[in-house]
Design a protein around this ligand. Structure first.
Ligand SMILES: [Zn+2]
Length: 171
């Protein structure tokens, strides 16, 4: 059995005060958010890209074939912010299966902000699908207007319009 070295891709968000009626963190709440923010065709194309465990700390993490590890911090956030987090992490999974594979988590070929801008790609997916203008602290290069426009158009075509590339993974 092939063993992959798993590198983690992370989004960290801080600084938003919790509301008085903070939600209880759970993977089911995270997956409800995922279901509401990710188009069905994309969810069907990458069924393992879902919340598989809750972790401590303020960072949620995605890894190839390991699902989304959602921080309790994110999982208790108001729905619109949790949707943003889940869309960001789902963006990493899109990259695992449809990315250029230039590096681990690389954006699809043609992404205007550079395919090796791994976090910028996820930032654009999060903005495109959730409509929330927010950036994790590890997103050094934010999604640009051009990046957002390109990502929206790329996503709208649906998974069937794009080649799956994970067979070419070499990292
Ligand atoms: Zn990320």
């Amino acid at each position: 059995m092939l063993t992959l070295v798993i590198a983690a891709l992370t989004v960290t968000t801080v600084g938003v005060a919790s509301p008085a009626s903070a939600a209880t963190a759970s993977t089911s709440r995270a997956n409800s958010a995922l279901q509401s923010v990710i188009p069905g065709a994309w969810r069907k194309a990458i069924p393992d890209a879902r919340a598989t465990r809750l972790i401590s700390g303020k960072s949620s993490t995605s890894a190839y074939r390991q699902g989304i590890w959602v921080s309790r911090f994110h999982a208790a956030k108001p729905a619109r912010l949790l949707r943003h987090t889940m869309a960001h992490e789902f963006g990493h999974h899109i990259a695992f299966f449809y990315g250029s594979q230039a590096i681990y988590g690389a954006a699809p070929t043609g992404f205007p902000q550079g395919v090796t801008s791994v976090e910028t790609w996820a930032d654009c997916v999060a903005a495109a699908l959730s409509g929330v203008d927010k950036h994790g602290t590890n997103v050094r290069k934010h999604c640009s207007r051009a990046g957002l426009r390109w990502t929206k158009a790329w996503l709208k075509k649906g998974p069937a319009a794009h080649p799956r590339t994970d067979a070419a993974i070499h990292w």
